[in-house]
Design a protein around this ligand. Sequence first.
Ligand SMILES: O=P(O)(O)OC[C@H]1O[C@@H](O)[C@H](O)[C@@H](O)[C@@H]1O
Length: 279
Amino acid sequence: MSAPAEQAQITLQSPDGARATLLLHGGQLVSWVPAGGAEQLYLSPTSRYGAGVAVRGGVPVIFPQFAAQGDGPRHGVARTRAWELVQQETGDRDALAVLRLQDDADTLRAWPQAFALELTVRIAGRTLEMELAVENRGEARFAFQAALHSYWAVEDAARVVIEGLQDRRYLDSLRGEEGVQHSHRLELLQGQPIDRIVYGPAAPLRLVGLGESSTRRLLIETEGFDDAVVWNPGANHGLADLPAEDWRRFVCLELAQIEHRPVLDPGEEWVARQTLTCL
Ligand SMILES: O=P(O)(O)OC[C@H]1O[C@@H](O)[C@H](O)[C@@H](O)[C@@H]1O
């Protein structure tokens, strides 16, 4: 599914054939096709678009608040605003774009801090790199949360296994209970919702989709993000911007900074990355 043509978008194509599409709205990556591969991101065909709206799918940028863990808009102010393109380049082996968002009268009403975000997206071969930089451009210290809320396309969410979260403490956001995952593999339950914040996940993580004809493996590595979120709304989701059956079509595995909020003094910057490799 691609975003409507009237949405302002940037297309990246590396010489080896990898492709990606970013919307200026939300600075949101909505498509990544590695060289010789298939679409890796889920984008809801019934997503809404427009000012102030969150697009359902791709990789929304969550900042400065995760979910309802603060007084501001749910999942923050970055995913519902227009970003600007500040750089786009095609190299010998890669293609990249840098998008920027900074505070304005609207964001200051929602969160009274002067900030700048820069998102760098680079594709090459079967790899995608996303770097998020947060800068304090104001005169007061601030703390924040952030996440790259990635919707990975899968054949069947009920047949997905996530590896690499073993022995990690997690918060089950549906039950409000903490637990520890002991097993090496987290298997998603048939049609049941899952919503977990996993603290201090091991890197790398692996998302394994057991398809009818083949097994798909995505390797997820991070520098700078301490947490991960696993989310799927399950069969009875009731989400207006998601077709009833499409809970099967994706799993959100998001790298995030939730438990320990980075604190930035005026002029300071925080940077974190996620690198995906389609195995
Ligand atoms: O519907 P939203 O605001 O995009 O949020 C989707 C999901 O995002 C996940 O990151 C949260 O862990 C879930 O609790 C939430 O339901």
